[in-house]
Design a protein around this ligand. Structure first.
Ligand code: 3HC
Length: 292
């Protein structure tokens, strides 16, 4: 079986930072790529701060934090992936952007390199078809926040070889995480179940059944969810939530997946949740304030 020693992460966003974090902590060499140098540096600061939280709660030592950080190399050129065993694509959740990123990536990789995609919802088979190696392509879907969440969904495309699947499974085990295997259906398992719940919470707000605060309180205290669904939507990013609902709606052709018009409106307004400091909560002050 192919052993994965070096990892590439394409895209220095929320998920890219978490993936780089857990890979470096597991002793793997990590190349973190983005087109913008300032985004890469901001991402490394996030990784450093999150490793610092783990030091503070004694989950890791200061030495492990320093070693992990030293294993992450910032790249603004895809040529830096020439020797990498597995590159995980974690760019924006948009099929066109992902396909473009993958087609730019392939010529830079060694022939045996594997590609994983962290897509939340898009068909693995379709993304694989935009690469030169569908047999070494697989969905490796991490959950946010990656350093905390135990689960990784593994999703094979129609062409994914057994060897690729087993190497990916061993890689996830090396990170100390647990695999759930999903078939290649729109949004796989976690998001197929979670996002309609979030969308329904937004309908509940849209129809005036409850306020932001009452809906989130209801689900935190009434269903024991660690975060209310609207708080979680802001955490995931409302643009990502909308993309996933659109993939479900288009892919499963069922009106039950229709994105709530209020979600659409928030995204059109550029209110994308925490990352833009405004979503169902306003994050500009010391504590988030519900907006409706
Ligand atoms: N890195 C490292 N550690 C982190 C962290 C991060 N990014 N975020 C939180 N932590 C740690 C904290 O340091 C704290 O550690 P401690 O218990 O050792 O002190 C612990 O996690 C709990 O954090 P907090 O005390 O700050 O806050 P909470 O208790 O509210 O927990 C939470 C935060 C873990 C995010 C929790 O609210 C939660 O589990 N929320 C739900 C998250 C969820 O559902 N994620 C899945 C989303 S779906 C998805 O990702 C799929 C995608 O495709 C859309």
């Amino acid at each position: 079986m192919v052993e994965i020693r070096s990892i590439g992460v394409m895209g220095a966003g929320q998920m890219g930072s978490g993936i780089a974090h857990v890979c470096a902590l597991a002793g793997l060499d990590v190349g973190l790529y983005d087109i913008a140098r300032d985004r890469l540096e901001a991402c490394l600061n996030v990784v450093s701060a999150n490793l610092g939280r783990q030091v503070a709660s004694k989950k890791i030592t200061e030495e492990q934090r320093r070693e992990a950080l030293s294993r992450i190399k910032l790249l603004t050129d895809l040529e830096g992936f020439a020797d990498t065993d597995l590159v995980i694509e974690a760019v924006t959740e948009n099929e066109t952007i992902k396909r473009k990123a993958l087609s730019q990536l392939c010529p830079e990789l060694k022939p045996k390199a594997m590609i994983g995609t962290n897509t939340s919802s898009v068909s693995i088979t379709r993304l694989a078809a935009s690469t030169d190696r569908p047999e070494r392509f697989i969905g490796i879907h991490f959950m946010n926040p990656v350093p905390v969440m135990q689960l990784v969904e593994l999703v094979r495309g129609i062409a994914t070889e057994d060897e690729t699947f087993e190497a990916a499974r061993a890689f996830v085990a090396k990170l100390g995480k647990t695999v759930a295997v999903s078939e290649d259906f729109p949004a796989f398992m976690v998001n197929r179940i979670l996002l309609p719940m979030i969308n329904e919470a937004i309908y509940t707000l849209y129809e005036g059944v409850g306020t932001v605060d009452s809906i989130d309180t209801a689900m935190r205290l009434g269903a024991n969810h660690p975060m209310g669904p609207l708080q979680l939507a802001d955490f995931i990013g409302l643009d990502t939530c909308l993309s996933i609902m659109q993939v479900l709606h288009d892919g499963l052709a069922d009106s039950k997946y229709r994105p709530c018009p209020l979600l659409v409106k928030y995204v059109e307004a550029g209110w994308l949740g925490r990352k833009t400091q405004r979503g169902f909560y306003d994050y500009r002050g010391a504590t988030p304030v519900p907006t409706r």
